[in-house]
Design a protein around this ligand. Structure first.
Ligand code: C2E
Ligand code: CA
Ligand code: CA
Length: 468
């Protein structure tokens, strides 16, 4: 019996999400918050009002009670400001303020602090009470906000908490520590816990991140970023069909640093766009060089960050890099993570359609790792490739569930005319199993490790010597 595609998609989605959740042992992968852009800074009167009110609470703290400062950032606000303008952002914040106001206890105050909120609380007895309040604020955003201009907007927030029982405590320090904790809350790997209570160890982590960001800015300027390339091979012939560009930081003292260390930090600012531009421009140039050397088409796959895709003028930039290098648009494939699509499909759909119209191919990266977007696959007609995440490939030869999942996803993709690439293939038996289930392309250390253009020998790397 042939299942209708929609039912098959839903079934696979359900199993994939359960399996993935099991694999993560209950911890959802935290959606990197990449939408933070230049927001409205707190005005000096807001800053003053917040600090004055907080110091009043602190100086009147009574024995057996504590004063808390909760700094609350709305994750989507900067993106809303950027896309729809500040007036829409302000309306959104007004509605959120009303919701927060309805939940805060007596003897407390709520003030705007630029694009954020500061909540000062007194009369509570324990830190647990402050945590409970944070949960209440987070819950108050569970329903979307309806705005005339943009329709329904879902919002989430991150909260940093600091507290004192000492009436001589400096309110400005309390404020500073709540901000540090808020900063760390946005980095938490735990999707459920969107708040962090300040402690000294956390402060060190925040400073470390700021230091990395500062160094990374210099690294971009001093051209310490290097693109590594990893081949993707045809599952039947093991012929190389494409090279994926993977960024590295060649640190003068620490050596080669993996993207997992610095991309999350770069994603918090415009740095990720700068890095993305670098990869696109130099990747296209490199592939054009290889094509001239080989007189054969070589494809390039480039990973895209959410902020890159949603930036103004992205399409023009892509056209420019293609034109400058002289490559054919069909030789460029852009990889978009499944999680990114799950969270931003409505906004990115037109851009993706336009990219497709330009002749660029699109693939979904890390397929199977996000719970939300598989059902949307049927509305993603512009996508030509799925990259099956390594998590399904790792144990495929002995784990029946993983094998069944990989196979179901492959069948589903193929029934929709979509190609499948399996990621992270390290062993011959895995490659064999994937080839037998109909996976079209393979990528992994078994075939090629990522290497720089300097060391990669384009002639010998073209054909893998492996026979499956
Ligand atoms: P990804 O796009 O899923 O890339 C595949 C990652 O798996 C790469 O890690 C690659 O080195 C690694 N890998 C490939 N084959 C194997 C294998 O057989 N076994 C194992 N264990 N690993 C394998 P890498 O280079 O550290 O990149 C990590 C992630 O960083 C990438 O995951 C991608 O999401 C991101 N990234 C890398 N370069 C860029 C970039 O230029 N822009 C953006 N936005 N993200 C990038
Ligand atoms: Ca990728
Ligand atoms: Ca991947």
């Amino acid at each position: 019996m042939i299942f209708p595609v929609a039912i098959l998609v839903s079934m696979v989605m359900l199993v994939a999400s359960v399996l993935y959740e099991m694999k993560q042992q209950g911890a959802w992968i935290f959606a990197e918050e990449t939408e933070k852009q230049k927001g409205r800074s707190p005005r000096s009167d807001e800053r003053l009002a917040g600090e004055t009110k907080l110091s009043e609470l602190v100086s009147s703290v009574t024995p057996g009670t504590i004063v808390g400062a909760l700094f609350c950032e709305i994750s989507q606000i900067k993106l809303v400001n950027d896309i729809y303008g500040y007036s829409v952002g302000e309306k959104l914040l007004d509605i959120i303020a009303e919701r927060f106001q309805a939940r805060i206890p007596e003897n407390s105050f709520l003030v705007r602090f630029g694009d954020e909120f500061l909540l000062g609380v007194s009369g509570v007895k324990t830190v647990q009470d402050l945590k409970y309040l944070a949960v209440q604020l987070i819950e108050s955003l569970s329903e979307p906000v309806a705005l005339e201009e943009i329709g329904e907007q879902f919002t989430t927030c991150h909260i940093g908490i600091s507290w004192t029982k000492d009436r001589d405590h400096d309110a400005s320090h309390l404020l500073r520590d709540a901000r540090t904790a808020r900063y760390l809350a946005t980095k938490t790997d735990d999707r459920e816990t969107r708040f962090v209570v300040f402690n000294e160890a956390g402060k060190e982590e925040a400073f470390r991140r700021l230091e990395v960001e500062r160094e990374l800015r210099l690294a971009v300027r001093n051209q310490q970023l290097v693109i590594y390339y990893q081949a993707i091979v045809d599952a039947n012939t093991t012929q190389v069909v494409c090279y994926e560009a993977l960024i590295r930081w060649d640190h003068p003292e620490k050596g080669i640093i993996a993207p997992a260390v610095f991309l999350p930090i770069a994603s918090e600012s415009d740095l990720i766009v700068e890095i993305g531009d670098y990869v696109l421009e130099h990747g296209c140039e490199q592939v054009a060089n290889w094509q001239r050397t080989l007189s054969a088409p070589v494809k390039l796959a480039v990973n895209l960050a959410e902020r890159q895709l949603l930036q103004h003028g992205f399409l023009e930039k892509i056209s420019k890099y293609i034109a400058l290098s002289g490559i054919d648009p069909k030789d460029l494939e852009l990889e978009i993570s499944e999680e990114m699509l799950a969270e931003n499909l409505d906004r990115s759909k037109n851009i993706l359609l336009e990219l497709q119209r330009m002749g660029i191919t699109l693939s979904i990266d890390d397929f199977g790792t996000s719970q939300a977007s598989l059902t949307r696959l049927k509305s993603l007609s512009m996508v030509s490739t799925l990259k099956l995440d390594r998590i399904f490939v790792k144990d495929i030869t002995f784990n029946k569930v993983d094998h069944a999942m990989a196979s179901a996803m492959t069948q589903m993709a193929k029934s929709m005319g979509i190609n499948v690439v399996a990621e992270g293939v390290e062993e011959q038996d895995q490659a064999q199993a994937l080839q037998e289930m109909g996976v079209d392309y393979l990528q992994g250390f078994l075939f090629h490790r990522p290497e720089s253009a300097k060391t990669l020998n384009i002639f010998s790397s073209q054909q893998s010597t492996l026979q499956l």
